[in-house]
Design a protein around this ligand. Structure first.
Ligand code: KDG
Length: 317
């Protein structure tokens, strides 16, 4: 396994029409969950990924696992929770620049995950453990489980990659800040957005944000700067990597996960940090141009076409 990830995935309902959801009558049903989005992004690019989770004993859970398995992700560590349901979420595309997310996930099956969901051998055989700040927000047992997963990864020399993925509606700001910094301190690579850097450390200059993350322990910080691109920081070097032009943003949700899968696939293939971040930018941009969290994730060929096409005249520099 190249990458193992842990987290909740939900059935995602999106109105077929834009505007206020109260006027929507028909919805499309998709699936979304930051960690499985990353796992799917990796398999599309030719890597092996596995996803640890719990689903309810229900139709949505079954359809979700079939879908994720169908994308080539290993789901052998997904458990069925009899006493809770699979979480769902709605994505309200009010306007092009106003996308809202509504969760119906409290006490969901995945929020019942705990240390017993972890199989040390499964984590130990991976090159990377990918985790996000969504999981510890789900419940105390998920928080404890994630700490244990990081501990197992470190014990087995598996590189820990952490995306803070701040979701303010899931917990208090104070708790979020404290716990997310706790995970930053235990991670090797962090992939925050600039707004998360400001939230965690109270500074908004990219250089200062990058330095603050590194001071807390990770050896690499890749700071996502939205439409501008991303900047990576190590103790030796920092470089800004420009983004690709997105002609029309259709749905930005999932773009950060796309970035992460592109970046990790670059590392797995031994690309330089600059080129891995550039690949991340490419995948992130492609996801934003398609409705759905994973529907825009490219395979290798599409990604290369997009990057080379855009290179001709569309790169933002
Ligand atoms: O990053 C995209 C995720 O936000 C989406 O897939 C749903 O996992 C999700 C969450 O918790 O918001």
């Amino acid at each position: 396994m190249d990458v193992v990830t842990i987290g909740e995935t939900m059935a995602l309902f999106t109105p077929e029409t834009s505007g206020l959801m109260r006027y929507a009558h028909t919805y499309s049903r998709k699936f979304g969950g930051s960690e499985s989005n990353v796992a799917i992004g990796l398999t599309r690019l030719g890597h092996r990924s596995g996803w640890i989770s719990r689903i309810g004993d229900d139709e949505l859970g079954k359809a979700m696992v079939s879908f994720i398995r169908g994308e080539g992700v290993d789901v052998s560590e997904v458990q069925v929770e009899k006493s809770a349901q699979t979480g769902i979420y709605f994505k309200e595309l009010r306007r092009e620049d106003d996308v809202r997310v509504l969760y119906y996930r409290k006490n969901s099956a995945a929020s019942r995950m705990s240390k017993i969901d972890l199989n040390e051998e499964y984590i130990a055989q991976a090159k990377y453990l990918h985790i996000t700040g969504i999981t510890p927000a789900l419940s105390d047992s998920c928080y404890e489980m994630l700490k244990e997963a990081v501990h197992l990864a470190k014990q087995n020399r598996v590189t820990v990659v952490f995306d803070p993925n701040l979701r303010k509606t899931l917990w208090s700001e104070e708790k979020a800040r404290q716990v997310l910094i706790e995970f930053v301190k235990e991670s090797d690579i962090v992939l925050p957005g600039i707004a998360e850097g400001k939230f965690l450390y109270g500074v908004d200059d990219p250089q200062q944000v990058g330095e603050r993350f590194l001071e807390d322990g990770p050896t690499t910080c890749v700071l996502k700067l939205g439409p501008r691109g991303a900047q990576y920081f190590t103790r030796e070097k920092t470089e800004f990597v420009p983004s690709f032009t997105v002609k029309k943003v259709i749905d930005p949700v999932g773009s950060g996960d796309g970035f992460c899968s592109g970046f990790l696939s670059g590392l797995l293939e031994g690309l330089s940090l600059y080129d891995a971040v550039r690949r991340g930018n490419g995948v992130g941009a492609m996801v934003a141009m398609v409705n759905g969290d994973v529907e825009g994730l490219p395979d290798k060929r599409d990604l290369e076409l997009f990057i080379n096409e855009t290179d001709k005249d569309d790169v933002n520099r």
